[in-house]
Write a protein that binds this ligand. Structure first.
Ligand code: GLP
Length: 244
């Protein structure tokens, strides 16, 4: 779906999420949301916060699982995804702190593998993700599933691509400060979501959006695995869709 502006698109995506939260609330069920960081979802979070404040949208029945976190990374660090999510969403809505799940970038190296297995199990214990929000990196990564990621991969640690670290360099005041690793949900984790919405804004994403939508499904462009998902929508602005 192509919109003139990312703002207009973000309002509609936020409305879909709000509708899902309310539908689940009426059924007395948890709403399990997979959430993303980066610049792409910021306006969606802004709108959800507005709906909470002005339209009494409640997050009391919402459980969230974030896609990824740098590793190593302490949650108090302003570059952490923990910090980002609290700043843009969690500090401004009535979600219960115990319902927030973000991969912990401070677990020890020896506990990391088990930590990732437990994160994956916890998502499954809720019956999987009802909705997964995604951005896309210029390597074709979703979450931090870099080229080479397996279609059935689960939550795990991963080495970041050079291009991903280049794109993160300004936030870290230089590429040397960008962590080399991350924890990420897998392609399998993402694809098991009942509904997926990928956001793509701006001309910088036009090339990878073309490869993702029109290219062959391949581990070299992990986002192409979404072509095989039955309920995924790519929500784009006119610039990001300019090479389609
Ligand atoms: C990071 C995140 C991804 C995100 C990507 C794009 O790499 N791990 O989940 O999709 O950045 O970020 P942006 O939305 O800022 O373009």
């Amino acid at each position: 779906v192509i919109f003139d502006s990312s703002k207009e698109a973000s309002l509609l995506v936020a409305q879909e999420i709000a509708n899902l939260i309310q539908r689940k609330e009426e059924l007395n069920e948890f709403c399990i949301l997979g959430l993303a960081t980066g610049s792409s979802p910021i306006k969606v979070y802004e709108e959800l916060v507005r709906m909470h404040k002005e339209e009494a949208l409640s997050f009391a029945n919402v459980v969230t699982f974030n896609l990824d976190e740098y590793y190593p990374m302490h949650k108090n660090n302003i570059q952490s995804y923990y910090y980002f999510m609290h700043e843009h969403l969690f500090n401004h809505v009535d979600i219960k702190p115990e319902n927030i799940n973000i991969p912990d970038g401070s677990v020890s190296a020896e506990d990391l593998q088990q930590y990732c297995i437990d994160y994956e199990m916890k998502i499954k214990s809720y019956g999987g993700l009802d909705f997964q929000l995604l951005g896309i990196g210029r390597t074709g990564h979703i979450g931090f599933n870099e080229p080479g990621s397996h279609v059935n991969s689960g939550t795990r640690s991963i080495t970041l691509d050079h291009l991903t670290r280049v794109d993160a360099a300004s936030a870290f005041l230089g590429i040397d400060n960008v962590p080399r690793k991350a924890i990420t949900m897998g392609i399998g984790t993402v694809r098991s979501a009942k509904r997926i919405v990928l956001l793509g804004w701006g001309v910088n994403k036009a090339g990878i959006i073309k490869n993702t939508i029109e290219g062959e499904v391949s581990p070299q462009v992990p986002a192409t695995y979404l072509q095989e998902h039955s309920n995924t929508t790519f929500v784009l602005d006119s610039e990001a869709s300019s090479e389609l």
